[in-house]
Design a protein around this ligand. Structure first.
Ligand code: ADP
Length: 260
């Protein structure tokens, strides 16, 4: 990405979040996390299961409020959800009663811009490779096609930031790789900031420019790995294999520190 992006700068400043469990006890999920995610950057969050990665992503989405700290998108404080932060979850969460076209058009209608932008519906359907499936209902689509619809539904709103929570976690290996490649093509051509939670270290190194490894619960930043390699990346290159190993070791260290 040679050109400088202007939008999609996420600043996370000293953010903490705790949950109250059924016994009324407080459990820290995120502890004093600060991160600066540059416009157009592709960043992944990794860490032990249950450490607080999804909680942090949901705070960025505005679906949860932090107990302490502030978050900013392009200098404006994040106070709730907004279309400039698109979301794609592991489960595509499509509207089951709407066909592909209607699912993709949903955000345009909700934002009352459908009339002016309706030609974009076909454009985004084509972009994710679903040409010919416009009238199909979600239950007639494969898992990968449902996830493509979810991508189109988020991207049609021109998000400055795309938030991805294990977006390929439920897919078979072949579909996962082909959708990862498509995600990188879309990210390069559109230029949004991408923040992805994943437990798949190969996915993280193939897609990201930065991998943020978190500690066990509560999530703190343990180490940030910078990956300055061009796309598409060769999954089996020595650099990628070594990097995977280093990240796994960092995660293992974090886990054992927690157990000690
Ligand atoms: P991760 O994404 O890293 O697997 P999460 O952010 O989902 O972790 O969860 C972090 C911790 O917070 C976990 O221990 C989880 O059980 C707890 N937690 C998540 N959501 C809630 C909730 N709504 N109420 C209480 N505890 C929660």
């Amino acid at each position: 990405m040679g050109d400088e992006k202007k939008y999609g700068h996420i600043e996370i400043k000293n953010v903490s979040k705790r949950y109250i469990n059924l016994a009324g006890e407080e459990n820290d999920a995120v502890d004093n996390v600060s991160l600066d995610i540059k416009p157009g950057e592709f960043v992944s969050f990794m860490g032990p299961s249950g450490c607080g990665k999804t909680t942090l992503l949901r705070i960025i989405a505005g679906l949860l409020k932090p107990d302490e700290g502030q978050l900013y998108l392009d200098g404006e404080e994040i106070k709730g959800p907004g279309y400039e932060r698109g979301l794609v979850f592991q489960n595509p969460e499509l509207f089951e009663w709407l066909n592909v076209e209607q699912n993709v058009a949903f955000g345009l209608k909700a934002r009352k811009v459908y009339k002016e932008q309706k030609e974009n519906v076909q454009k985004y359907i084509d972009m994710v490779g679903l040409n010919g499936f416009e009238k199909a209902l979600p239950h007639h689509l494969s898992g990968g096609m449902q996830q493509r619809t979810a991508f189109a539904r988020a991207l049609i709103n021109h998000p400055k930031v795309l938030l991805l929570d294990e977006p390929f976690g439920a897919l078979d290996a072949f579909t996962r790789v082909s959708l990862q490649d498509r995600l990188i093509e879309l990210w390069k051509s559109i230029g949004y900031t991408a923040i992805m939670v994943t437990h798949d270290v190969e996915e993280a190194v193939v897609l990201s420019q930065k991998v943020v490894v978190m500690t066990g619960r509560p999530a703190k930043v343990s180490k940030i790995f910078e990956i300055n390699q061009d796309y598409p990346r060769n999954r089996n290159s020595i650099e990628m294999v070594e990097l995977k190993q280093k990240i796994l070791e960092e995660m293992q260290d974090r886990k054992s520190t927690r157990l000690n």
